[in-house]
Write a new protein. Sequence first.
Length: 283
Amino acid sequence: MTRFLDSMISPQPIRIVDLKIDPSKLSIRSLTVTGMGHLPGRTLQRSQAIFDSWALLYIAGGSGFYRVNHGPLQRVEKGCFFFVFPGSAIDFGPDEGGHWDEYYIRFEGSRVEEWLGSWLLQTDTVKRAGFEHMYIAQLDAMFLLLESGSPLQIDQAALQLEALLFNWMAKSILPQSQAATSKVIDVLQDIATSLYTPLDAEQLAKRHHMAVSTLRRLVSQHTGYPLHDYIHRLKMEETKRLLSTELPIKEIADVLGYPDESYFSRLFKKYTGLAPKHYRARN
């Protein structure tokens, strides 16, 4: 991953990854992650900045400010996120003489207009998602997906962006009385965005500060399926989508965390009634 020093931005090494392939090679055309960056120790402030695309900025440490079109100055603290977007002049950055730890994701596509018409509201205000190490792990995973240069993995980065952003928006608007429901949403969202990694129930429970028994109970109560069964079902649905591509079945099994192709095929047939090769032939 590219790391370099730019003293105009930060005294610490920063990392930036841009889209490396032609977007026409992607299966998901409605949403594309075009670049990501991690700017630890950012000191640079922007004044009346004009942008030609959307970007989500998440602050993992430090504090500063944000303002759109000479509007009110808004505080930005650890665990906050905000947007920059076309058509507005935006001021933002760490406090004078200070710094913050910034992650940004640039994105584009018609999907954004759908978000704006439904759940992506008040895009000119600072929102709070809170700070969780899980968020940093998800962002780091997206870096790797984007850097891979693989169309499949870049598509996966777009799906993870949508899931992450929807989760953060939900957290920022849910009243405190719905905290328990929000916790379940966090767990299910984490599972949905981790389909390309092997299941580790202990690590999943640890990320959400609960016992494994509590994790299993919550998933069973809210989905109607035991934890492992629920995850297998999600992975088999993802398999259906991947079978519409030219990706070999063995590679599909590998990327979804099933190194034994025979076991993977038996599992797929259990949930769909067809072996993967027969499902592909019929669709």
